[in-house]
Design a protein around this ligand. Structure first.
Ligand code: URA
Length: 434
């Protein structure tokens, strides 16, 4: 077996065997297969794709390339994953809801890179909150309070770290089997019994059109099922930022408000659907019962109490729940006004994410520092009627960025129309794998 032969096979759209896929992944992680040959294979996969069997083999080979961990909580563990969006703070809402309903949520999350944010960065905006905790303590926290959200420990899926970096540098990110294996290898390596996937579709997401989002969702659910996990994918809209807040502490505050029952309707709907699906995979009841349970966890205040408990256990100041001035406060702000009369017909997610990055809320490289105070609060959203001069949003920052230039750029994220032509349908499809 040589890598040259394997590249040639894939270039001619011939299926690779399980043995060949295992050999490639092991060889690339060990360094015996160089970047230039792996790049050629990845490009061949982009053009010729992978069968379901090949995708599952690749996912399993990647998952097994490092530690395979299993949080031994003694209960059914449910995980949630979002393919990445702008303003997506649903983990902070969904995990406490599900834990308040008696299901364990051991959640390992990532940091943000580029125009989308990461849950770990958001949580670290809470003064004192620790996300780097030993694995035993993480499991202990879940046993005690039902949930814990932490950064990854140990050597999880080194194959994905290496392959993803190479894909980023070789224009081979946008391949459905490669995205599927990258995401699912990480989910399978962290040992969840049930997995709920939020597949975002729209201008701010990896998947720009519905057909591709559906293909990715179906592929991930299939792989999850073949790997023996209960898996559900929910396809949700990312044509506009989710909720009204973008930026780390701003999003935590919006999540706290959501658990107080005061979330914008799009954010609340996505959160309740995801929470209900997590309860469903955990066997807590039928679809209707699970939805009701999730709603009651919010209305009773139990989910908010769970978030408070998690913040306290992980070293954060739990008083942030009641007093938002405990968060670091932004040094500068700038209001943005409507340039035209009409209905807001779109708010570009991708541009919003990039603006929030420029304000300091995100990372351009893995090493960049984050300004937790930076971000955007939208006063108006898609479908709202506005008059020229109405306030649309406020930008916040504590960095020395050029906020005037950024605000000029930001005005272009809005487009206007004479009629209201916006579909409110935020959850587009639920795909169950069992
Ligand atoms: N997120 C991942 O983890 N991997 C991809 O390939 C794309 C999105």
């Amino acid at each position: 077996m040589t890598i040259y032969e394997i590249i040639t096979k894939k270039k001619h759209n011939v299926e690779l065997s399980t043995e060949e896929i295992n050999w490639v992944v092991a060889g690339y992680v060990s360094g015996s297969i160089p970047d230039y040959q792996m790049s050629a294979l990845l490009m061949a996969i982009c053009f010729c794709s992978l069968s379901d069997r090949e995708t599952t083999d690749l996912t399993m080979a990647m998952a097994r390339s490092g530690d395979m961990i299993k949080p031994e909580t003694g209960g059914f563990n449910v995980d949630k994953h979002s393919t990445g969006g702008v303003g997506d703070k649903t983990t902070l809402i969904v995990a406490p809801i599900v834990a308040a309903c008696g299901v364990y949520v051991p959640k390992m999350s990532g940091r943000g890179l580029g125009h989308t944010g990461g849950t770990i960065d958001k949580l670290e905006s809470i003064p004192g909150f620790k996300t780097e905790i030993p694995f035993e303590k993480f499991v202990d926290n879940v046993k005690k309070s039902g949930l814990s959200v932490a950064g990854q420990t140990g050597s999880l899926v080194p194959a994905d770290k290496k392959i993803y970096a190479l894909r980023n540098a070789t224009a081979t990110v946008d391949s459905i089997p490669l995205i599927c294996s990258s995401i699912m290898s990480k989910k399978l390596a962290t040992g969840a019994d049930g997995i709920v996937l939020d597949v975002k579709v729209g201008d701010g997401a990896f998947m720009k059109n519905y057909e591709d989002a559906e293909k990715l969702a179906e592929a991930m659910v299939r792989v999850g099922k073949l790997a023996g996990r209960k898996c559900v994918a929910v396809i949700t809209d990312m044509e506009k930022p989710l909720g009204r807040a973008v930026g780390n502490s701003l999003e935590v505050i919006e999540a706290i408000e959501a658990l107080k029952g005061k979330a914008p309707s799009d954010l609340m709907e996505v959160s309740l659907v995801l929470a209900a699906e997590m309860l469903y995979v955990a066997g807590k009841g039928n679809a209707e019962e699970c939805r009701k349970m999730a709603e009651e966890a919010v209305s009773s205040g139990k989910a908010l109490a769970k978030l408070r408990e998690m913040i306290e256990i992980q070293g954060g100041n739990p008083e942030v729940i009641n007093d938002y001035t405990i968060f670091a406060q932004p040094e500068r702000s700038k209001d943005i006004y409507a340039l035209e009369d009409g209905y807001i017909s779109s708010i570009s997610c991708e541009k919003t994410g990039l603006i929030s990055l420029k304000l300091g809320a995100g990372r351009e490289t893995k090493e960049s520092d984050i300004d937790f105070t930076a971000g955007i609060i939208f006063e108006k959203t898609v479908g709202d009627k506005v008059s020229k001069g109405d306030k649309l949003a406020t930008l916040y920052t504590s960095t020395n960025c050029d906020i005037e230039a950024i605000s000029d750029e930001f005005s272009a994220v809005f487009t206007y129309n004479n009629e209201k032509n916006y579909s409110e349908k935020i959850v587009k499809k639920v795909i169950k794998g069992y």
